[in-house]
Design a protein around this ligand. Structure first.
Ligand code: WTA
Length: 638
C-alpha cells in the first residue's frame, strides 16, 4: 500500500476520512446537496430529502429533472470526451473483444431507444432483460433509462420458471434476450428457448427482441419476436432523452428475502445515480484514464451499480466480461488484466477461493503491474483469500477495499478507502460518507460502546436507498422498518471492534449467501416440495470451502416412500429447473421428521447447528413436540 500513502494520489487523502465523515453526518443535507452537483440536472431539485422511516417513505432531490443515459453518455460527449473508451467487452473466447467509445455507445443507445419507442414502449413501462454478458445488455439498459422505461434484469442463469414469475410480478411489456449464450465450455445456453417457455404464461408481453449472439437455430414467432439487428438497421441515431423526475423509477431488481417470493427492489433515478456515481469514484478511487473491471454479472446489483451506472456516469472505462474465471484456464482473470491493462479490479471472495486452490502459477505467469487497487464484494473476505489477493494478485502494492452493501442499498455503505491506514482482513472497516450504521441488540437498543456485537441497522437515509418493493409497499415497510423503529434493518449481523471498525458476521435471517448469490430458504423449500414424493423440507446453510455457504436440505418423504439416490438426484434436478442452476443443493438428508415446536413451527436453529456441526451446542430442545427427532437427525448427518 506504499504507493497510495506516499504518492498522495487518492481523491481522499490519508487522514482526511474522519473530517469529511464527521461533517457528512453533522451537516448531512448540506453534504448531499454538494455531492448531487456531480451529475447533470436538466432542472435543479427543490428539496434535498423527504424521509420518514416510520412510514417507509424515502424521497431525495425532490422535483429535480434528469436523465440517466444523458448523464452516462451525452454529457461526456458534450464535454469533449466522446472518443474515450466507455466499454471494453471481452468475449468468452479470448480472441473476441470489442470497444465502444462514448460517442459510439451513445449512437447504439439512441438507436435502440428509438426501436423501443417504435414498438410502443413508453415511459413507465417495464422491460424485462434476460441476457448473458454481451454489449447489447448494456445498450438495452441505457436505452430504457433514456426513454424512461423501467428495466427489470433477470440474471441469465435463472430458469424459465423464475423468469416467468419475475415478468408477471412487474407486468413487463417486452423482453430483450439473445438466441443462445456462451459461457466457458457451454456454447449454447438456451436463452430464447427459456423465454419461449416462460411466455407460455405471461399475458402482458407484446414483443420479444432477440440479439443474434451465436446464430444457433432458434424459433421465432413472427407476430411477436423481432431480431435486434434488423430493428437497428434502419432507425434514427438521435433520440432526445426523456426528462425524468428524480423519484421516477429507474429499475426493478428481484432479490431473495427470508420469506415468500423474491422481492422487486425498486430504485429511482436521481438519488440512485448520485450515490452510484459518488461511491464508484471514491471507493475505487477512480481517476480519468483508469481501466476499471468489475467481474460481477449485470444480472445482480453489483453489475448495475458498478459495471454500468457508477462507472459510466463518471466517464470511466468499464470492462464487461462474458466468460468465466476458469476458461480456457484458471489464469483467465489475470490474462484479461494483462491484456487490457486493468488498474482497478473488483471481484468476489468465492471466485478468489476457487482460483487460489489452483496454485499461484496461474497468477504469476501474467503481468499484473497495471493494478493499483483491488475490491471485494458479496461476503466477508476472510484472511486466507485476503492474504492471497494482497500478496499474490496485488503483489503487496494494492489496497483491498472490502465493500459491504446490498441490492437494497443501491451502492456501497461500509468499506475501507484506498488510503485507510489500518486494513484488517475480514473487516469492511468504516462507513462511507453520509452513512450512519448502528449495532442493535435483539430488543432494538443501540449499543453505543465499543466493542459491540449485534444486528446491523442504518440510522439515516442515503440517496441510493431502495424506495419500495414493486407493487407491495407494505412488504417494504414490514421487511425493513417494522422490527426496529427508526432504523433501516439490513438482515445482517455485525461486530464493531475497539477501533470502531465493522466486521460483518453474515445474515441473521433465512437468506443464504451461496457463492455470493442470495437465495431464500423458503424459495428452495418450495421448489423441493414440488417433487411428488416429498412431504416436507427445511433448508439451511452450512460452511462450504468454495461457495462460502452451501445448501443443506432436510427432507421428509411421503409415508411409504423409501429414500434413494434416485429421489435425491431428482430433487436436486427439480430445484435447478425451478429456480436455476445456481440453486444447486449440496447435501440432502432424508429424515422421518423435522424438529418442530408443539405449535408446529420448525426450529431451524437446531437444523443449522446440526448442518454446521455444532452438535454440542444445540440449545434448549425441551420445547420440541418430539425431542427424539434431534438424535435421529444427528445420526443421519451428511
Ligand atoms: C452479503 C450484494 C460481508 C451480506 C452487493 C448482504 C457481504 C448480502 C459483503 C447482500 C461484504 C455483501 N462482507 N458480507 N463485503 N457484501 N455481503 O443483495 O450478507 O446480492 O446482506 O448485494 O451479501 O447481497 P446482495
Amino acid at each position: 500500500m506504499k504507493n497510495y500513502k506516499d504518492l498522495d494520489i487518492a481523491h481522499i487523502k490519508k487522514n482526511e476520512y474522519s473530517g469529511i465523515y464527521n461533517e457528512s453526518i453533522k451537516n448531512n443535507e448540506k453534504f448531499w446537496s454538494k455531492i448531487s452537483k456531480r451529475i447533470h440536472w436538466f432542472k435543479d431539485w427543490e428539496k434535498i430529502s423527504n424521509v420518514d422511516f416510520s412510514k417507509g417513505v424515502i424521497n431525495w432531490f425532490e422535483n429535480g429533472k434528469l436523465n440517466v443515459s444523458y448523464n452516462c453518455l451525452d454529457r461526456h460527449v458534450e464535454n469533449g470526451n466522446g472518443d474515450d473508451i466507455a466499454l471494453i467487452w471481452e468475449g468468452n473466447n479470448p480472441s473476441e473483444d470489442k470497444k465502444f467509445s462514448y460517442k459510439e455507445l451513445l449512437v447504439e443507445v439512441s438507436k435502440f431507444s428509438n426501436v423501443l419507442k417504435s414498438k410502443n414502449v413508453l415511459k413507465g413501462d417495464r422491460v424485462c432483460i434476460y441476457m448473458q454478458m454481451i454489449p447489447e445488455l448494456a445498450i438495452a439498459m441505457l436505452a430504457c433509462s433514456r426513454i424512461g422505461a423501467i428495466h427489470s434484469i433477470v440474471f441469465g442463469a435463472f430458469s424459465s420458471n423464475s423468469l416467468k414469475d419475475r415478468i408477471n410480478d412487474s407486468e413487463c411489456k417486452v423482453v430483450i434476450t439473445q438466441d443462445t449464450g456462451v459461457r466457458g465450455l457451454k456454447v449454447d445456453i438456451p436463452m430464447k428457448e427459456n423465454v419461449d417457455k416462460a411466455l407460455l404464461d405471461c399475458p402482458t408481453i407484446e414483443k420479444v427482441f432477440v440479439v443474434k449472439r451465436t446464430s444457433s437455430d432458434i424459433k421465432m414467432d413472427k407476430n411477436r419476436d423481432l431480431w435486434w439487428h434488423e430493428e437497428m438497421s434502419n432507425i434514427s441515431k438521435f433520440c432526445e432523452p426523456e426528462w425524468m423526475d428524480s423519484e421516477d423509477p429507474l429499475f426493478i431488481l428481484y432479490t431473495s428475502g427470508s420469506t415468500g417470493t423474491p422481492k422487486g427492489v425498486l430504485h429511482t433515478t436521481g438519488g440512485y445515480l448520485v450515490y452510484a456515481s459518488y461511491t464508484h469514484e471514491i471507493v475505487f478511487d477512480y481517476h480519468k484514464n483508469d481501466i476499471y473491471w468489475c467481474t460481477a454479472d449485470i444480472g445482480w446489483i453489483t453489475g448495475h451499480s458498478y459495471i454500468i451506472y457508477g462507472p459510466l456516469s463518471n466517464s470511466a472505462t468499464t470492462l464487461m466480461f462474458e466468460g468465466v474465471p476458469n476458461y480456457p484456464d484458471f489464469s483467465r482473470f489475470w490474462q484479461i488484466i494483462e491484456k487490457h491493462k486493468v488498474n482497478i479490479f473488483y471481484t468476489a471472495p468465492t471466485a478468489l477461493r476457487a482460483l487460489m486452490k489452483e496454485g499461484n502459477d496461474f497468477v504469476k505467469n501474467t503481468d499484473r503491474s497495471s493494478l493499483k487497487l483491488l475490491g471485494s464484494v458479496g461476503e466477508t473476505i476472510k484472511k486466507p483469500e485476503w492474504d492471497w489477493y494482497f500478496e499474490i494478485v496485488g503483489e503487496k502494492k494494492c489496497p483491498i477495499v472490502d465493500t459491504w452493501w446490498q441490492t437494497e442499498t443501491g451502492g456501497i455503505l461500509i468499506s475501507p478507502l484506498a488510503t485507510s491506514d489500518n486494513f484488517k482482513a475480514g473487516s469492511a472497516l468504516k462507513p462511507f460518507f453520509g452513512i450512519e450504521p448502528v449495532i442493535l441488540d435483539n430488543n432494538g437498543n443501540e449499543i453505543k460502546e465499543n466493542p459491540a456485537e449485534g444486528l446491523l441497522a442504518i440510522k439515516k437515509s442515503w440517496p441510493g436507498q431502495m424506495r419500495t418493493v414493486y407493487g407491495n409497499h407494505q412488504r417494504f415497510f414490514d421487511t425493513y422498518f417494522s422490527q426496529f423503529k427508526g432504523f433501516y434493518f439490513t438482515g445482517d449481523g455485525a461486530k464493531r471492534d475497539k477501533d470502531g471498525d465493522y466486521w460483518i458476521t453474515g445474515r441473521v435471517d433465512d437468506v443464504l449467501n451461496v457463492s455470493g448469490h442470495r437465495l431464500g430458504t423458503a424459495e428452495i423449500e418450495g421448489a423441493i416440495g414440488e417433487h411428488k414424493n416429498v412431504a416436507e423440507a427445511a433448508v439451511v446453510g452450512f460452511p462450504h470451502e468454495i461457495k462460502g455457504q452451501g445448501i443443506y436440505a432436510y427432507v421428509t418423504l411421503m409415508t411409504g416412500v423409501l429414500p434413494s439416490k434416485n429421489i435425491e438426484e431428482e430433487i436436486i434436478k427439480k430445484v435447478k429447473i425451478i429456480i436455476g442452476p445456481h440453486a444447486n443443493i449440496d447435501k440432502i438428508q432424508f429424515s422421518k421428521g423435522l424438529p418442530k415446536t408443539r405449535s408446529g413451527k420448525i426450529m431451524r436453529r437446531i437444523l443449522r447447528n446440526i448442518s454446521e456441526n455444532n452438535i454440542n451446542d444445540l440449545g434448549d430442545i425441551s420445547t420440541l413436540a418430539d425431542p427424539s427427532v434431534v438424535q435421529s437427525l444427528i445420526d443421519g448427518k451428511k
